[in-house]
Design a protein around this ligand. Structure first.
Ligand SMILES: Cc1cc2nc3c(=O)[nH]c(=O)nc-3n(C[C@H](O)[C@H](O)[C@H](O)COP(=O)(O)OP(=O)(O)OC[C@H]3O[C@@H](n4cnc5c(N)ncnc54)[C@H](O)[C@@H]3O)c2cc1C
Length: 471
């Protein structure tokens, strides 16, 4: 993780630039590429500026799971009792009512059409994940590409962008936004790996450069409980949008919100799906005890795991759950890297964990008891030998706080008025998880990226069309 980078605002009457584009997009992850595709569909040209040689972002590191109601894929699976309203209610229930209401409504209404548009116009073939219910979702609405990885999502978006002829300028680290005296963005300055500097002129700008998880200094300051945690996201996401926002007098929102994960396989460094916990697996600390209700969610589980001795827990499960786990590519990678331990008895499991067998036996027996454990979790069945165990820790996946926006993704000033042509979406904007780790509903990250990119494109296209009409 880096320290705080230098990000600047330059004021100018006009910009000297060889290239002028209607919409400039900073960041080539799911948000930036979705927005570029939707702009192309609306007949508006854009350029994506990406700091890396090959766009990947946190999107490529993710599982690529996106929740959406009312999609074609959901209907084809026979799920007909979902709606934007039901999804919005699930988001707010997880956030205890603390998610920005207008944005929740906008995202819940837009994500279905966004996934359908990506499918119908750009060839992304969604499948519905109906093997289990993700924590906090009241209905099967999680989508992914058939490969079930973020890398395949990025590859599909990149192929679509290439097919649409949209320029993606790689190795272009944007460090300066150029605004005129009326607070209108008129360009961006960026640097190349050899130190040369270039400028791109634009009529509107979308910040799609995610949050601040890659800045150790900002994480220490804003999320102190995650200061020592592993960051599982893209280190190039160093808080650029927030730093520009601070210099511009933009309003920031929900800076304490983030996605943690309580199932980061260590020392291999991979994600183990929470599906195993939802279907009966448990987390046990090195004393042989459970320490939270795992079904509440994987995000807050990060904090619970980090609070255990050594910041470590063991995911413990049995043969039927191993079969479930093996349906997830990330788990298969972790298993191939040697993370999975098989234990044929409670004694062997205690030996693996390093705890007293009697304490562990008591923990497993409690799953059979007619009175549920004190954390309130109700088990449908107890685990049976052979047991399987994977050592995990808590990790920070991405930040959910960012620039406050109107529901059309225009960035708001501290007084609540919008900048005319500055937009932010995805992890660069404040999300829909409220201001704490427990507010994160599974999939809120890519929801913000894809729905936010879709809405931002619509807003930017309208701005460009209205400017053309009045010229
Ligand atoms: C292990 C893991 C698993 C996850 N699984 C899921 C999941 O299944 N579902 C879900 O909803 N969410 C998941 N997430 C969260 C999800 O990955 C993010 O919320 C989402 O990818 C954000 O998309 P984005 O386009 O905003 O950002 P990104 O995909 O990170 O893209 C931002 C891009 O901006 C570029 N950039 C940054 N600053 C600059 C700059 N100054 N100049 C130029 N370029 C810049 C970066 O290099 C990057 O390519 C997961 C995260 C992790 C780490």
């Amino acid at each position: 993780m880096t320290t705080k980078p230098s990000r600047h605002i330059r004021r100018a009457g006009q910009v000297e630039a060889e290239v002028h584009v209607p919409v400039a997009i900073v960041g080539g992850g799911a948000c930036g590429l979705t927005a570029a595709l939707m702009l192309a569909d609306a007949g508006v040209a854009s350029v994506v500026l990406e700091r890396d040689a090959l766009p990947s972002g946190s999107t490529a590191l993710s599982s690529g799971f996106i929740p959406a109601p009312g999609t074609r894929a959901q209907r084809e699976h026979g799920v007909r009792d979902d709606s934007a309203e039901r999804f919005a209610a699930d988001i707010q229930a997880k956030a205890h009512g603390r998610a920005a209401p207008a944005l929740v409504e906008a995202y819940a209404a837009s994500i279905g059409p966004a996934l359908d548009a990506l499918q119908e116009r750009h060839g992304l073939q969604w499948v519905l994940l109906d093997g289990f219910l993700y924590p906090g979702h009241s209905v099967h609405r999680m989508h992914s590409l058939p490969q079930k990885t973020g890398a395949s999502l990025m590859a599909a978006l990149q192929a679509a962008v290439e097919a649409a002829g949209i320029p993606v300028l790689t190795q272009a680290l944007v460090d300066t936004l150029v605004l005129d005296a009326e607070d209108r963005v008129i360009g961006v300055d960026y640097s190349r790996p050899d130190g040369t500097r270039e400028t791109l002129a634009c009529d509107a700008l979308l910040l799609a450069c995610n949050g601040f998880g890659g800045s150790a200094e900002m994480v220490r300051m804003l999320l102190p409980e995650m200061a020592e945690a592993t960051f599982g996201g893209h280190t190039g996401n160093d808080g650029s949008a927030i730093l520009w926002g601070e210099s511009l007098g933009a309003r920031l929102r929900d800076l304490g919100g983030y996605q943690g994960h309580g199932s980061w396989v260590t020392p291999q460094g991979a994600l183990m799906s929470w599906a195993v916990m939802m279907e009966g697996g448990v987390q046990i600390n090195c004393e042989g005890r459970r320490f939270h209700d795992e079904t509440q969610g994987y995000s807050e589980a990060a904090v619970h795991v980090l609070a255990q001795p050594g910041g470590i827990a063991w995911n413990v499960f049995d043969t039927p759950l191993l079969a479930l786990a093996r349906g997830f590519p990330d788990f298969c990678d972790a298993e191939a890297a040697g993370a999975l331990r098989r234990c044929d008895s409670v004694d062997a499991l205690a030996d693996c964990i390093g705890c007293e067998p009697a304490v562990l036996q008591g923990t497993l027996d409690a799953m059979r008891a007619s009175t549920p454990p004190s954390d309130g979790r109700v088990f449908a069945r107890a685990l049976e030998a052979p047991y399987f165990a994977v050592k995990v820790t808590g990790a920070l996946f991405h930040t959910q706080g960012g620039l406050d926006t109107a529901p059309d993704m225009r960035v708001l000033r501290e007084d609540g008025t919008p900048f005319a042509n500055l937009l932010a979406a995805g992890g660069a904007a404040g999300g829909v998880s409220g201001d704490a780790v427990w507010g994160y509903l599974s999939g809120n990250g890519l929801l913000s990226a894809v729905a936010g990119g879709y809405i931002a494109a619509r807003t930017a296209a309208a701005l460009i069309h209205s400017t053309k009409a009045s010229a």
